[in-house]
Design a protein around this ligand. Structure first.
Ligand code: SF4
Length: 372
């Protein structure tokens, strides 16, 4: 039987206030409930003693805290990545990743069960599309990670951070607070976030609320394969988030071979939309480039992306291919990645990074999530 009760994680603070007022409770009770949900990370109404018993009874009857139970949690050998397989109420499953590196704590959250975009090297794309996530199911993943941070890190991580003292200080607050806070969310998990635009933006509003998880504008990054209508809508709405666009190739034919969605939204339309977005928002776009040996990592291809992005506020994120069962390409090796980066920097003055390969041993890397 589906649970027809209201999922409180679906509601913004204002929507929660209106709900409680409609039930005859005061805005003060609504504010307390919100604090219990997002500051206390409460997992039951019984853990909310400052709410009147009458309010708790009403909530228990008509609403639920849409937590997602962990079906499986796996830690990478270095202890810096933890992947959660989470169960949805209808029996579907998604994956969410907690990353504790580069001195930051980040949650990589999913926006759909599966994905319709079919990028050939991506495990989520290989599994096909099942359904959109609700706003509450997206928010619940961030809350899940925030809650996990309250538990001690795995043993290997403790050992490593003790050895690497700098990392230890970076992960914990300047006050030496041993409980790191969730500070960053990347919508780079399973699914194409702009294919589920309304639910994702509703979730972003909840995640950003300054009285809740308080993830600021610089703390949420959305990655798209290039859904042109969504990018144009973001340009109009000027949403305060970072935008990453997966490029992977600098010609239409090469891109369409890797990213089938490019047939629907061709490269020239995508670049026009990116230009519109940057002009409207004044924001730089992160262009992602999965480096596949012999496929898109030549000097000529580096020059092609340089020409394509010339004049745009841009940074290129180079991501050596991560292994998946359904694609047999190999990642570009270190020297070739460095050559690619050098061409972008020296010939086009284009900043770039090469993504650290972390969490690969537990299939938690970019393009590896598959809820399996
Ligand atoms: S890379 Fe992103 S958009 Fe492409 S199939 Fe995977 S999840 Fe979907």
């Amino acid at each position: 039987m589906p649970d027809l009760r209201t999922n409180l994680y679906d509601l913004t603070r204002e929507e929660l206030r209106l709900l409680l007022v409609r039930w005859g409770f005061s805005p003060v009770h609504a504010a307390r409930l919100w604090s219990y949900l997002y500051l206390g990370l409460a997992d039951s109404f019984d853990a909310m003693p400052e709410l009147p018993a009458k309010a708790r009874d009403r909530l228990a009857a008509a609403a639920g805290i849409g937590m997602l139970p962990t079906a499986l949690a796996t830690d990478s050998a270095d202890g810096f990545t933890r992947k959660f397989l989470l169960a949805l109420p209808d029996g579907e499953r998604i994956e969410t990743v907690l990353m504790r590196y580069t001195g930051r704590v980040t949650a990589c959250v999913s926006s759909q069960v599966g994905c319709a975009m079919g990028c050939v090297f991506c495990a989520t794309g290989q599994m096909g599309y099942t359904r959109h996530l609700t706003p509450g199911e997206i928010v619940a993943q961030a809350v899940h990670v925030a809650r996990a941070l309250r538990s001690p890190p795995p043993i290997q991580c403790q050992l490593l951070v003790d050895v690497v003292g700098k990392t230890h200080r970076g992960q914990h607050g300047p006050s030496g607070d041993p409980t790191p806070r969730l500070r960053n969310v990347v919508l780079m998990g399973m699914g194409e976030p702009l294919h589920n635009y309304d639910a994702v933006m509703h979730a972003v509003d909840i995640l950003r609320d300054p009285n809740g998880l308080a993830l600021g504008a610089e703390r949420i990054t959305l990655s798209t394969v290039g859904v042109v209508p969504g990018i144009l809508r973001l340009a109009v709405e000027k949403r305060p988030l970072h935008l990453a666009v997966s490029l992977h190739a600098a010609t239409q034919a090469e891109r369409a071979a890797l990213v089938p969605a490019a047939k629907k939204w061709p490269l020239d339309e995508l670049m026009a939309a990116c230009r519109t977005y940057s002009e409207a928002t004044g924001r730089r776009i992160f262009y992602e480039w999965t480096l596949i040996e012999g496929q898109n990592d030549s000097a000529d291809q580096a020059r092609a992306v340089g020409h394509l992005l010339r004049g745009l506020p841009a940074q290129v994120n180079l991501i050596p291919l991560n292994p998946t069962a359904g694609y047999d390409g190999t990642p570009t090796r270190g020297e070739a990645a460095k050559r690619f980066q050098k061409i972008l920097a020296e010939e086009f003055d284009l900043p770039s990074t090469v993504r650290q390969r972390r969490g690969i041993d537990i299939a938690a890397g970019c393009g590896q999530l598959a809820a399996g």
